[in-house]
Design a protein around this ligand. Structure first.
Ligand code: NAP
Length: 488
């Protein structure tokens, strides 16, 4: 099954009432085996959605009080007799204790809702194991990605998708209908071999964030070490000055904007590389190398981490004047000024530099916030393709240009001052400019009409040196075929 098919809801927004080929889901009796957290939340949701619920427990008397009064709580054997669709809300290790019910369960649909504690914990998925214990039943995997909490609070509060798979289409359709009546969006994940993948989903820890987080940490470590050497180690070795107090705030605060700025440029660099590849090969149908593909897919996370670092930088910068060290330095400067009988220390150029630098920084942060907000699925879904691409592509690029201005006004002429080269190391901001300026330059080159036109044609399917079959009518009215090059 293709990715596109898998993303489609099994029933879409089709009304269940309108489909007469199946029994209307609401109103039918649903069985639940087990009386734990999941069973209880499931029973509440099912009752609220108009289903009759019968709960099978080993100790119904003790558990009945935990369920809504509309749900019938009875012994397991009694419950399975009363319904054809049974949710097995029991852990995998206890499946075998249900084997006594095998005869009563024959021919019924069992919904396996279980999760594991580790990814690929067992050789076969829990659903396949359940199917092997009850060969006369039809097993459907589903609902495991929904927590007991989401079930209780309703589909509005949490993930709405219920991933479903089974080897039996009819059973899958029945469970999908139940999910839809409960307010969830069923997603067809194909046959039972997908159960393992579905069971692994709740156990994955931010899979799309791993590479971007490692990238951000790597950059942070590199820039932090570089700044530490320049701001703390150099004065200690060369002038025996103790500047270690700078580590928690000043060094971190000079590192964060470096990471934010470089990460922002890394959002746009893969697009530049992809465009270069398309221009070079003259086609958009050639696959990008895997690393570039991965990089393109992680742009959103890289951008959000860039915003996170920029926001932290803003907070740290606002806190700089609160520090005791800053107050001491202010007083020290004032005393020095008094001793030297200096009346005016106003430097017009410095004042302007600072005003512009801060203002541009605030604008860059505002644009980054906009990019971050529009990358949230709920906001992104409300934008059409053009609006989304305007914000993410055009405004994003403008944010990169403004961040570059912020960096340049911060650095000003320091790159040309030899006192700024500590241990021959150039100021950090000069290093950070490398990738963003390359991206900006490449974008400017791509916007030249001759290159832009070629890129546009390639992206609309034109290919360099591709021969296209054509068919021409002859003078006699018959058709003759030939070949031509599409780039002629
Ligand atoms: P739980 O609170 O521990 O409930 C498990 C239930 O299994 C017990 O209440 C018990 O009910 C029943 N059971 C049947 N035979 C058993 C046996 N031999 N030994 C022990 N208990 C037995 O667990 P849960 O959180 O509801 O989870 C149930 C299933 O749902 C698990 O497979 C879990 O992976 C899945 N799940 C849970 C959540 C969640 O948020 N909790 C989310 C997704 C999936 P009786 O004593 O009445 O028989």
């Amino acid at each position: 099954m293709s990715g596109g098919d898998m993303a489609k809801p099994l029933l879409g927004h089709r009304s269940v009432e309108g489909d007469h080929s199946v029994t209307p889901a609401a109103g039918r009796t649903i069985g639940v085996l087990g009386s734990g957290d999941f069973a209880r939340s499931l029973a509440i949701r099912l009752v609220c959605s108009g289903f009759k619920v019968v709960v099978g427990s080993r100790n119904p008397k003790r558990k009945a009080g935990l369920f809504p009064s509309a749900a019938e709580v009875t012994f397991q054997a009694d419950a399975v007799k009363k319904t054809d669709v049974i949710f097995v809300a029991v852990f995998r290790e206890h499946y075998s204790t249900l084997c006594d019910l095998a005869d009563a369960l024959a021919g019924k649909i069992l919904v396996d809702v279980s999760n594991n504690t580790e990814i690929n914990h067992h050789k076969e998925s829990n659903a396949e194991y359940l199917a092997s214990l009850f060969p006369a039943c039809t097993v459907v995997k589903g609902f495991n990605v929904i927590s007991a909490w989401t079930l209780q609070s309703g589909a509005r509060d949490g993930n709405k998708q219920v991933l479903i798979c089974s080897n039996n289409q009819e059973a899958k359709r029945t469970v999908a209908e139940i999910a839809q009546v409960m307010g969830f969006t069923p997603v067809d994940m194909g046959c039972m071999s997908s159960a393992c993948e579905i069971e692994n989903i709740p156990l994955r820890l931010l899979p799309a964030w791993k590479i971007p987080i490692f990238l951000a940490l790597g950059l942070f470590l590199c820039f932090f070490t570089y700044n530490l050497v320049r701001q703390v180690i150099h004065p200690y070795i060369r002038e025996q000055k103790n500047k270690f107090y700078k580590i928690p705030i000043e060094v971190v605060n000079t590192t964060l904007p470096c990471v934010a700025y470089v990460m922002l440029s890394l959002v746009y660099l893969p697009g530049v590389l992809a465009a270069c590849s398309q221009l070079y090969y003259g086609t958009k149908y050639r696959r990008f190398p895997d690393w570039l593909d991965q990089w393109l897919q992680h742009r959103k996370q890289i951008g959000l981490l860039s915003f996170f670092c920029a926001a932290l930088h803003a907070v740290y910068s606002l806190c700089l004047p609160m520090r005791r060290s800053h107050r001491y330095q202010l007083i020290e400067t004032a005393v020095k000024q008094a001793v030297e009988k200096k009346m005016n220390i106003w430097v017009e150029e410095e004042v302007w530099r600072m005003e512009i630098y801060i203002s541009v920084g605030i604008i860059a942060l505002g644009l980054l916030s906009l990019l971050a907000i529009t990358s949230l699925p709920s906001i992104a879904n409300s934008l059409n393709w053009r609006e989304f691409s305007f914000v993410q592509s055009t405004l994003g690029f403008i944010a990169l240009v403004i961040s570059t201005l912020h960096t340049l006004t911060y650095g000003w002429s320091r790159a040309f001052d030899e006192n700024q080269y500590k241990f021959y190391l150039p100021p950090t901001y000069t290093l950070t400019l490398l990738v963003p300026c390359t991206v900006i330059l490449a974008k400017v080159i791509f916007s030249l009409p001759c290159i832009q036109q070629r890129l546009l044609r390639i992206r609309r399917g034109w290919e360099k040196g591709r021969y296209v079959k054509f068919v021409l009518p002859s003078a006699t009215g018959e058709y003759s075929s030939g070949e031509t090059s599409s780039n002629v």
